[in-house]
Design a protein around this ligand. Structure first.
Ligand code: NAP
Length: 328
């Protein structure tokens, strides 16, 4: 039996399974534990389930017996994976179970921005509704428009499938060409990011946040987009240079953006982006469907138990900790 710490009290029935085999403590607040609480709680633990909390050397130093980090969530950019790897700590994550839920949110953002759903809702409630005043909130067609997907991974492919239901032309850019997917999904590979950006009516970012993708979309990229382009980001905020996004929207360089993620989360209430009507923003709700989140927690718990038992974690993002044979 090991001491384990879970950074949220979500799905107690799932966490019960962990409490039965390990000495579990959980953070009871709706937001994550403050850093000083986290540093105190991780003392002596063998396993940790973070939920978006930054986990770096400071936390790992405070937990010298830490043997497994099992992240609740897909992206692990808040975890210093290199540091964990250096210490031989496997880091698990929860992909797959949230793929379709997140792709639904991407498409919700795309449709909402195209047809100005959030502005329309406010308009109707504020008594501004005029009969058949179709020029009050002019939208743009999604059907038959061109969608450019940056990163045709699990979520990007599901976004492509949804786009095909709207008869969209779908282009993709990525570090790996997916020839099989091109015929299966009816998508076209574009070898150059700027070329994809310049052809697309809608752009969906679906890469992880890494050193290579940080600020992948900045002033130079906005400069090549169509003035009618709509940018969707439900991946990670820092893939976009947020100051450049503000300038692009403010100067009408692009038409609109719809985002689930920001460089700092939660976004500070005085952030200038929040002053723009051309921005639709939601608070990182990509996977926020309870059934999906429950599957994520179950996966995080199962992987923590497996890792503490000494088994290989099924969804490990630093398999090199298992030695030279990654399949071992
Ligand atoms: P995935 O299956 O790993 O797909 C990521 C894709 O991005 C892959 O096709 C990958 O190429 C490509 N890529 C990686 N680095 C690139 C680069 N430098 N340039 C171009 N393409 C690059 O991941 P996923 O499950 O689709 O998830 C993607 C990201 O979405 C996650 O990492 C996470 O940060 C975010 N996410 C957000 C939410 C939310 O709540 N908003 C929910 C889930 C996930 P390869 O094929 O070569 O690997």
């Amino acid at each position: 039996m090991s001491k384990v710490y879970v950074c949220r009290n979500w799905f107690p029935d799932v966490l019960d399974g962990l409490a039965q085999v390990h000495e579990m403590r959980v953070w009871w607040g709706d937001d994550g534990p403050p850093q000083d609480v986290l540093l105190a709680e991780v003392r002596g633990i063998g396993g940790l389930i973070p939920v978006g909390n930054p986990i770096g050397a400071e936390v790992m130093n405070a937990a010298p017996e830490l043997r497994v980090i099992s992240n609740f969530g897909d992206g692990c950019d808040h975890i210093d994976v290199a540091e964990a790897t250096r210490r031989g700590i496997p880091v698990g994550h929860t992909p797959d179970v949230l793929t379709e839920t997140t792709a639904d949110l991407v498409f919700t953002l795309l449709l909402a921005a195209a047809r100005r759903i959030v502005e329309g809702d406010a308009f109707a409630r504020q008594g501004k509704w005029r009969t058949h005043a179709h020029l009050d909130l002019p939208g743009v067609d999604v059907n038959h428009a061109t969608l450019g997907i940056v990163g045709l991974g699990k979520i990007g492919m599901q976004v492509a499938k949804r786009a095909k239901g709207f008869d969209m032309r779908v282009l993709y850019y990525g570090r790996t060409r997916k020839v099989n997917m091109e015929s299966l999904l009816g998508v076209e590979y574009v070898a150059d990011l700027h070329s994809l950006l310049s052809q697309s009516d809608f752009i969906s970012l679906n890469t992880p946040l890494t050193d290579q993708t940080r600020h992948m979309i900045g002033a130079d990229e906005f400069a090549v987009m169509k003035p009618t382009a709509i940018l969707i980001n439900a991946a990670r905020g820092s893939i976009v240079d947020q100051k450049a996004l503000y300038e692009a929207l403010k100067s009408h360089r692009i038409l609109r953006a719809a985002i689930d993620v920001t460089e700092t989360e939660p976004i500070p209430p005085d952030d200038p982006l929040l002053t723009l009507d051309s921005l639709t923003i939601v608070p990182h709700i990509g996977s926020a469907v309870p059934a999906t989140r429950k599957k994520m927690m179950a996966m995080a718990v199962d992987q923590l138990i497996a890792g503490l038992r000494g088994d290989r974690i099924p969804h490990c993002i630093n398999p090199s900790v298992y030695g030279k044979n990654p399949a071992a």
